[in-house]
Ligand binder design. Structure first.
Ligand code: ZN
Length: 551
């Protein structure tokens, strides 16, 4: 159908597949319909897929002859001496397989979307045309998946972010840099207040640190060696190079080192909502989920070796408590072990990995081992939370670090009067506030629980003569620390209710003659259900207890 199209790469992905083609012009939605029709014809023919293993040299010759430069490039980079190709009805493709035996096995499929994609994801390469699709062995399963995709689209945090006026990204500011609008900012403040309060209760000490530091610091920390491609170019201040911070760790270490530490004050727990800047290619930036500047809910714990396991247990409890507050009580847990490139001794790696493993087992958390996926400086636990659409998101991480205590030569005075190296643990619960907020928006579908809702109570009037009374109610609710908005506009009541419903305001108080005469409030919940009548004091009590319980 498209003789000039050069097939590039076309892998299976989690919930379907895509295929990139080099084309002169992009595919259109009409093209997809036509391709689907052709696919149905091929499926009907029930053509077999025939696998052949051929020597690498022959594979290169074959695809060269076909003019398929992308395949030739791919083959030349594969180390194997033999390549597998699949043939179907005269179409030959390079593929590792496996395949279904014949086209008739495909019972249901759908081409979903078109997108531009750079060859190998690199913006310096040519832009290719990508087709996304999916296939199932039954029509029912396909429908279920399409319904799910519809729900995902409805909940897209970029769409809801606009509708609910939560945040934006501006071309003037730069891609991947988030502007928190008042509605988003009040949610963030509520999350931060909760986070700080709980950290104080859990014996953490809070820190603030600057956004830049001397380039030398990042040399010392090892980031320039291990992390340079994620860092921005240095800037010069009075002849000295400075660098935007990609991590908070060295700052916390500096605070630790600012005085002599004794075993008596251990464990030392420093926490910070620390903003970091990391380079991401513009092609992978995505709303709040992949950004260039974000705030980590970071903490660093310095402890003795014999305290390590208890600390990890504490962190696990703390993490699960925080996540549960946001309605996440299912997760996948991963234990990542020593990678090929690492620092520290094998013995220390063993000890730390065991401490992480034992903490998980004591908590009765089932986990999977990710062999070799640890960070170069130590093993880690990662927690992926499951949202209300059963999607998993990587947020929390707990990492043991042998590198920084050595590099920065940090010590504590032990009970023996001698200096010892502490164990350092890095951990983040929500990960990045930006990303976590994106996940929350989609998890709640924008219907934030009362304690997080930007506007908690909307007060609307039936007629103009009710305005003064409504303002009085608003004042007393605001005085109780509640987030209240009044709508006194001269509009039909139905219109005002609709407007508040679109904005997902949890409670609506409607003021008319009856309410004023009786001195009682009838309250309409976001679901449409009416509760009450309440006196103002009763209503305040109901709301405040719901907020206290983080509902
Ligand atoms: Zn750290």
């Amino acid at each position: 159908m498209f003789p000039a199209a050069k097939p590039a790469i076309g892998p299976a992905i989690d919930d379907g597949f895509y295929y990139d083609f080099d084309m002169d012009s992009p595919f259109t939605p009409e093209d997809l319909t036509a391709i689907e029709k052709k696919m149905s014809e091929i499926i009907k023919k029930n053509n077999p897929f025939v696998r052949k293993n051929i020597p690498k040299k022959d594979a290169i010759d074959l695809f060269k002859k076909m003019g398929e430069d992308y395949k030739v490039e791919l083959i030349s980079e594969i180390a194997d001496e033999e390549m597998s190709i699949y043939e179907e009805g005269g179409f030959v493709d390079l593929c590792r397989g496996p395949h279904v035996f014949s086209t008739g096995a495909i019972k249901a499929f759908k081409l979903l979307s078109i997108a531009g994609a750079y060859w190998r994801g690199n913006e310096k390469n040519k832009m290719l045309q990508r087709i996304y699709g999916t296939a199932y062995d039954s029509k029912e399963k396909l429908k279920e998946h399409l319904d799910f995709l519809e729900e995902v689209k409805k909940r897209d945090h970029r769409k809801l972010g606009k509708e609910l006026d939560l945040f934006s990204v501006s071309e003037d500011i730069g891609p991947g840099l988030i502007l928190w609008h008042p509605n988003g900012a009040i949610i963030r403040k509520t999350i931060e207040d909760f986070w700080r309060d709980e950290h104080y209760k859990a014996d953490y000490k809070l820190l603030y640190s600057p956004h830049i530091a001397k380039l030398n610091l990042w040399q010392k920390s090892g980031h320039l060696d291990f992390y340079r491609e994620n860092m921005y170019s240095p800037m010069e201040i009075e002849g000295v190079d400075y660098e935007l911070k990609p991590m908070n760790c060295p700052f916390h270490i500096s605070v630790y080192k600012s005085s002599l530490r004794s075993y008596r004050e251990f464990p030392v727990r420093y926490a910070e909502l620390g903003t970091v800047y990391r380079y991401e290619r513009s092609g992978v930036l995505h709303g709040l989920l992949r950004v260039r500047g974000f705030t980590q809910d970071d903490a660093h714990i310095f402890c003795r070796e014999d305290q390590m396991e208890d600390e990890i247990l504490n962190i696990l409890d703390f993490t699960l408590f925080i996540l549960k507050t946001f309605g996440f009580d299912s997760y996948d847990v991963y234990l990542s072990t020593r990678p090929e490139k690492y620092v520290g001794t094998q013995e220390n790696w063993e000890k730390a990995t065991n401490a992480l493993r034992q903490a998980l087992e004591k908590k009765g958390l089932s986990y999977q081992v990710d062999p070799g996926e640890g960070v170069f400086y130590g093993p880690k636990i990662d927690i992926k939370i499951k949202d209300s659409l059963n999607r998993y998101w990587q947020c929390s991480t707990i990492q043991v670090d042998f590198n920084n205590p050595e590099r920065f030569d940090i010590n504590f005075r032990g009970s023996d009067g001698k200096d010892h190296r502490p164990i350092m643990i890095h951990r983040a619960l929500m990960g990045s506030l930006e990303r976590f907020f994106g996940v929350l928006i989609e998890h709640y579908a924008g219907i934030f629980p009362l304690w997080l809702a930007p506007v908690q109570i909307g007060i609307i009037t039936i007629a103009e003569r009710h305005s003064d009374y409504a303002l009085g109610i608003a004042r007393s609710l605001k005085a109780e620390g509640l987030r209240v908005e009044t709508n006194l506009e001269n509009e039909k009541i139905g219109h005002k209710i609709r407007e508040a419903t679109i904005r997902k305001v949890p409670y609506l108080v409607i003021i008319g003659d009856k309410e004023i005469a009786e001195g009682k409030l009838t309250v309409r919940k976001r679901s449409g259900e009416n509760i009450g009548p309440f006196t103002v004091e009763e209503f305040t009590g109901v709301i405040k207890s719901e907020i206290k319980n983080k509902k």
